[in-house]
Design a protein around this ligand. Structure first.
Ligand code: SAH
Length: 276
């Protein structure tokens, strides 16, 4: 057995597979969908102030499942949508989704196959001054080196009435005990800068029962997603693996319901205002 552990995001294929499985085992999509349909429309109502064209940006959009559910049509005549996403596969899936969905022809998509940091560098080098009405980064900030610096740069792109939407796991979730960045970390940063924002908590869960069956393929794939390590079961030293499994079912992270292990995946939402 090799002890060289590597990051899951380096393997596009395995990341995508484990992400799909995670979505299947969790209520994440449903709770975000509820947020997008019930709470977000009121937040977005103020962004464009009757502009004919809105500038929107998705950072780490994945396959665009959330992006294409945003209800923007009544807010403007046309929408310019910058998509920043480093994975070729995800971008491809996003394009396929757009081609299949009716009524998206008022949106002009610009595809940027880049990381958030590469896009930032490109933007600075080209001295762009365009301002954004709405930027969202949904479940993305785990993958950048300096999440606070990233938030700060993208906030600086907002127009006067613009909003930056950040969704991450909440510090109230089982993830609060791990090294993962949470909305709590971002709030601490925003408070230190006296930036104004609104915050919401979205209860959500993951059924992680299969992770505890030795040799279970789905369990192993899900464990990869939870640890962000490629083939965690096969490459982690035995002690680390045991500790990870113990932590995952610890009462701080999970509860047992009818023989299933249910991990607390509460999401945090921050809606950040532009700097005044
Ligand atoms: N927002 C989507 C996808 C979340 S998965 C959703 O909620 O469904 C995280 C996404 O971030 C993946 O598509 C991944 O390719 C992308 N990503 C990984 N590293 C990134 C980086 N450094 N900058 C921008 N996006 C990144």
């Amino acid at each position: 057995m090799s002890y060289a552990m590597r990051s899951l995001v380096e393997d596009d294929n395995r990341y995508l597979k484990s992400f799909r499985l995670f979505l299947e085992c969790s209520s994440e999509h449903q709770c975000m969908q509820d947020f997008i349909h019930v709470i977000l429309p009121d937040i977005l109502a103020s962004i464009g102030e009757g502009k004919a064209n809105l500038n929107v940006m998705g950072v780490g959009s994945g396959a665009g499942e959330k992006d294409t559910k945003l209800r923007l049509k009544h807010l403007a005549v046309t929408v310019d949508n910058q998509v920043v996403e480093p994975s070729a596969q995800q971008l491809h899936l996003y394009k396929v989704l757009v081609s299949q969905k009716p009524n998206l022809d008022y949106i002009k998509f610009t595809w940027n196959k880049m990381t958030a940091t590469e896009f930032e560098k490109d933007w600075r080098e080209k001295n762009y001054t365009k301002k954004m009405d709405f930027i969202h980064m949904i479940q993305m900030l785990y993958y950048v080196k300096d999440p606070c610096a990233t938030v700060s740069f993208y906030q600086s792109l907002l127009d006067k009435k613009g909003k930056l939407l950040i969704i991450l796991v909440s510090d109230e979730s089982g993830w609060g005990n791990s090294h993962s960045v949470t909305t709590g970390d971002i709030k601490t940063y925003l408070d230190s800068k006296t930036v104004s924002y609104q915050s919401y908590e979205l209860p959500s869960q993951i059924d992680i029962t299969e992770c505890f069956t030795e040799g279970d393929q789905r369990g192993e794939l899900l464990l990869d997603f939870l640890t962000e390590v490629f083939n965690f079961s096969g490459t982690a030293p035995a002690g680390l693996k045991a500790r990870a499994l113990e932590l995952l079912r610890h009462p701080d992270c999970s509860k047992e319901v009818e023989g299933r292990v249910i991990f607390n995946n509460t999401l945090g939402v921050l809606v950040v205002d532009p700097l005044q």
